[in-house]
Design a protein around this ligand. Structure first.
Ligand code: PLP
Length: 443
């Protein structure tokens, strides 16, 4: 039986809890007002709210639950390791799961990666990569891309800015050493508006000019911090021409390529790392979310010998790679190693193309539909002006889809609707969900 919603949203119990949330949690919360229910329980790919309504889960903890809720192998590995090791500080006292996880990641990483620096969160991994790049190169500046997301620390809020208003509110002014350039292939979203061109073949020259406009000497730039597919900006996926050009530019100026694969890594794009899709060989590669297997928090910086071996920079912290988290992550990597996960991801990609693709052209408010692997995004515009974002329409679609039992990602600051299921979601459930979303759009 398919997921089903039987109350108005929010239901009575959710309403009570949301009122408590408003009173006690600091805001503005990301997407706070957008989710009109409170989690009751979650199993596999289905969420049940506290009023007994059920939803197909197209959020998958924003990618941190890649195998659905409580995958048995991961649960068993976490519990066994916790029974054996308890909580331990791995940066001081090593244990086997920690070392095995590092070795496995080095084994499967693209390019010349030889070492790993453990962190708990993706944010710390990205911060750590900035620290390493600056330390190794002796250069202060990082090129970031507008529209990306790298985490909530002060530096990364400035160095990415999915949410341009947060930058205009002034976070960037606290943070020297960030130069933001627009992400390529920008489409209609307000935070991407402004000077073009967005043609990838011209784009690299544009970056060069942009850097000069900021009066940045290329030899002051330590590295380029970029998501291979910009997830929270709406599944923007640059072309091979862009990546080839960027790689050449990095070589020309000796900029380090820092790939943020916190979202894209470990299967989301249909390859183990998105870097493989474009033949990228990063100097530093950041993992999080997908690497956890859906168990406990694990993230980290993977790097080349040049970046990692000679550096005095230290990353980590008390909770970084505690043994049970590493055991869960290893179980997740075992699941990924079975090729059926990646073939399922590609099956989901085909379904998104078939079911959502035709909405462009058919429905005026659907400006664009994009998909990569187990990731799909609809971008809404007004019928009168296809460059004008349509937030009310987006909100209505999000609510209508939830009433039909589909829970996905829709943030108030962006005219995007993003479906990010677990890599293992059954194709039938994904197809059903896409059809509910299409009907919600037509309704
Ligand atoms: N980098 C990317 C691309 C992300 O999507 C995220 C989180 O959404 C992060 C970094 C930050 O990771 P975390 O939330 O674990 O700190």
């Amino acid at each position: 039986s398919w997921p089903q919603v039987n109350t108005v949203l929010p239901g009575p119990r959710s309403s009570e809890l949301l009122a408590r949330k408003d009173r006690v949690l600091q805001g503005p919360l990301r997407d706070g007002e957008n989710v009109p229910f409170v989690l009751g329980q979650k199993h596999g790919h289905v969420i049940e709210d506290v009023d007994g309504n059920t939803f197909a889960d197209h959020v998958s903890a924003w990618g941190a639950a890649p195998y659905g809720a409580q995958p048995p192998l991961v649960r068993e590995a976490v519990n066994t390791a916790w029974d054996r090791y308890g909580m331990e500080i791995s940066q001081y006292l090593s244990s086997e799961p920690v070392l095995s996880l590092a070795e496995r990641l080095v084994e499967i990483a693209p390019g010349q990666i030889t070492r790993v620096a453990p962190t708990v969160t993706g944010t710390e991994a990205v911060e750590g990569s900035v620290k390493l790049a600056r330390e190794v190169t002796g250069r202060p500046i990082i090129l970031g891309f507008l529209g990306q997301y790298h985490g909530e620390s002060t530096y990364l809020t400035a160095a990415a800015s999915t949410d341009l208003p947060s930058n205009t509110r002034g976070f960037a002014q606290y943070v020297p050493g960030v130069v933001l350039v627009p992400y390529p292939q920008s489409f209609r979203a307000p935070f991407h508006r402004g000077p073009g061109p967005y043609d990838d073949t011209l784009y690299l020259e544009y970056i060069r000019e942009w850097v000069l406009r900021y009066q940045v000497e290329p030899d002051q730039v330590a590295g380029v911090l970029i998501e291979p597919v910009a997830g929270e900006a709406g599944i923007l996926s640059p072309s091979q021409a862009f990546w080839d050009g960027l790689t050449a530019m990095c070589q020309e100026y000796d900029w380090k390529l820092i790939l943020d694969e916190v979202q894209t890594g470990l299967g989301r794009c249909g390859t183990v790392f998105a870097a493989e899709r474009w033949g990228l060989e990063p100097d530093l590669l950041l993992v999080g979310k997908g690497v956890t297997g859906g168990g406990q928090a694990v993230a980290g910086v993977l790097g080349t010998e040049e970046m990692m071996a000679g550096s005095a920079a230290h990353l980590g912290g008390t909770y970084a790679w505690e043994p049970a988290a590493c055991a869960g992550a290893l179980a997740g990597l075992d699941l990924l190693a079975d090729g059926s996960v990646l073939s399922n991801v590609m099956a989901l990609e085909s379904i998104a193309r078939e079911e959502l693709g035709p909405l462009v052209g058919e429905v005026g408010q659907v400006g664009d539909v994009r998909w990569v692997g187990a990731w799909a995004c609809l971008e809404f515009v007004t019928v009168a002006d296809a460059t004008e974002p349509a937030p009310e329409f987006q909100h209505a679609v999000h609510l209508a889809a939830m009433r039909r039992g589909v829970f996905a990602i829709s943030e108030e600051s962006k005219p995007l609707y993003r479906m990010q299921p677990a890599l293992t979601m059954e194709p039938e459930l994904f197809r059903w969900s896409c059809r509910q979303v299409a009907d919600a759009i037509r309704e």
